[in-house]
Design a protein around this ligand. Structure first.
Ligand code: KIV
Ligand code: NA
Length: 248
């Protein structure tokens, strides 16, 4: 299991491969494949529960999925995503982050620039992964962000501030490649891109997009590495055939 410190030591030496997983089975597969980190993202609202918005899940759901992933990947660094409003103030955020650590997460991820909350977690010994750029919990559009000089400048400043606070890692979502590169060079933390170009210190992808678990559209920056939807559909069709061919 890579600690936050060991992940940080990879900066400039080797890239970090992170993928989301939400359940016991896929956590086992990701660990067997040798993934560096598993993110139990609140994207499980979409992928696992069929909601439109990540605002639809809270701590009760997240704790069930984080525990399942830890059971499946006991030797992998698991990052638990703080769901909508679970980090609304420092005290609430600390209580909730501790609940994730108690069920076996190695660090927590927090969406947005929330210095007071992040400092509270860090002061209490909790390893924090930041998340800047597109912020799905509060975004009204899923377009790339940081395209104007002003917005890019703000994101860069926030990234540097997070790094100085001591976050070991930060996710950079759907920003221009040049900004991803600039932030990666400017911060001490590991940068994990998801639509942040090819210069970040590592990448994260949503499991269901990467493995083709659904037949729907994937974001423009995602890659489908295999097609489990078709494989599974064929498997179920074969099973149906098998049952129907059995003699009465
Ligand atoms: O919830 C999630 O899966 C995420 C990643 C897309 C970074 O936050
Ligand atoms: Na998320």
């Amino acid at each position: 299991m890579l600690s936050a410190k060991q992940i940080l030591e990879c900066k400039g030496k080797r890239k970090i491969a992170q993928i989301t997983a939400y359940d016991f089975g896929f956590a086992q597969i990701a660990e067997a494949a040798g993934i560096d980190q598993i993110l139990v993202g609140d994207s499980l609202a979409n992928t696992m529960l069929g909601y439109k918005s990540t605002q639809s899940v809270g701590m009760p759901e997240m704790l069930i999925f984080v525990s399942a992933v830890v059971r499946g990947a006991p030797n992998t660094h698991v990052v638990a995503d703080m769901p909508f409003q679970s980090d609304s103030d420092p005290k609430t955020a600390l209580e909730n982050a501790k609940r994730f650590i108690d069920v076996g997460a190695s660090s927590v991820k927090l969406e947005g620039y929330k210095p007071e909350i992040i400092e509270t977690l860090l002061q209490n010994g909790i390893e924090v992964c930041g998340h800047l750029g597109l912020l799905p919990q509060t975004a009204t559009s899923f377009k790339q962000v940081g395209k104007t000089e002003e917005e890019a400048g703000r994101i860069l400043k926030e990234a540097v501030a997070l790094s100085e606070m001591g976050v070991y890692e930060m996710v950079l979502e759907h920003i221009p490649e040049a900004l991803g590169k600039q932030i990666t060079q400017a911060v001490k933390s590991i940068t994990i891109g998801i639509g942040g170009g090819s210069h970040t210190d590592g990448h994260v992808t949503v499991l269901h997009d990467a493995l083709g678990i659904h037949a729907g559209k994937i974001p423009p920056f995602a890659t489908r590495f295999c097609n489990l939807y078709e494989t599974a559909k064929k498997g179920i069709e074969a099973y149906i055939d098998f049952v129907r061919k059995e003699s009465l």
